[in-house]
Every structure is written in C-alpha cells, then in structure tokens.
Design a protein around this ligand. Sequence first.
Ligand code: SF4
Length: 212
Amino acid sequence: MTDAEKIFSLLEKDYPDAHCELNYSTTFELLVAVILSAQCTDKRVNRITPALFAKYSAPEDFASVPQEELEKLIYSCGFYHNKAKNIIAAAKAIVKDYGGKVPDTFDGLLSLPGVGRKTANVVFSVGYGGDGIAVDTHVFRTARRLNLSQGKTPFEVEKDLMKAVPEGMRNRAHHLLIFHGRYRCKSRRPDCAGCRLTEYCNYFKNKNEVEK
Ligand code: SF4
C-alpha cells in the first residue's frame, strides 16, 4: 500500500459517511449550489436554496431571471453580484449549447462561463459519479499537511492528487479530505490529539520540532 492509500483507508474509518453536504434535487441545482458555495459554507447555502429552488429550478428559469432579482435571493451567500452573473451565464450556455442539460464531461462543464476547475470537478464527480478531485480550501490545506502535495496552487495540488490517488478512488478521496478538513484538520487549531494521521503529517512533525 502507498502512503496515500494508507491515509485514505484511515480517513475512511473516521468518515464512513463522507458525502457532498449541499442539498439539491437535480444536477443543475447542484451546479447552482456549488457556485453559491464559493467563499461560503454549505450550511449557509442550504439555508437559502430551498426558497431559491422553489422559485427557480431549471436552467431555463435561471437563464431569464433578472440579475437583481437573483442577487436579492442569494445575498446572504456573499459575492452575490458575481455569483448571480455566473449562474445566469452558465444557465444561458446550458440552454443554448447543451439543449438545457448540464454537460456530463469535465471539459463540457469547464466550458461553461463562470465555472472553474473546482466547480466543474464537484459537478462531474458528485453529479455524474466522475473520478475527479475538486480542490477547495479544505482539500488544499489537508493534502499539503499530509504531504500528498506541496503544490502552491489548487491546480498543482489537484494534479498531485490525481497522481497519488488510484483511479476509481478519487471521487471518494475528495469527500474524505473535505470531511477531515471541515471536522478535524481545521485551518486554525486542528485536533491533532484526536487524529490517526500524525505519522504522515508534515504540519504535526513541524509543530513538534518547533516545540522541542
Ligand atoms: S495531525 Fe493535525 S494537522 Fe495533521 S492531519 Fe491530523 S489534524 Fe491535521
């Protein structure tokens, strides 16, 4: 077993239920929720999407909603101006170029306006079961702490993880790192005392070196 395989099998013990925590009922709603989740917690997104999706749900709905109207509905997620603009632009492209269906390939998703690698990877893996790794703030931090990557950008970390994690396990690895980052390996004051991964962790080793 490689270190990466050992790390993910230990994480599996801690987070057997690791999954996408955004609420949605269609792949398009997932895309909207993921766009809203940038710089915002999933909990906050889940608070606003029930009212939003009750009013607008299909790409056709979002393609024709006035931007100010959408901004009001998503205001509490932050960056509401850009998020509204991106959601409307993506919806218009889906209607115009994909017959109203969210593209099911990574490249197709990435071609949508306002959709970056992280969003495309989440929709590809969560919405379509694709084998991608979306690098959000939790994945970026935990992968670097656990020496799975020393990449300086999310794209570099994504490339390292795609190499380190065997095919077929990447979708799962993404959820496990998110849960670990969200619930134990927090940015400030990670719970190292309760962590099974100390022997693989750069952060833990460096911290102990400093304290010696
Ligand atoms: S030992 Fe601490 S910093 Fe390292 S992975 Fe575990 S919780 Fe995170």
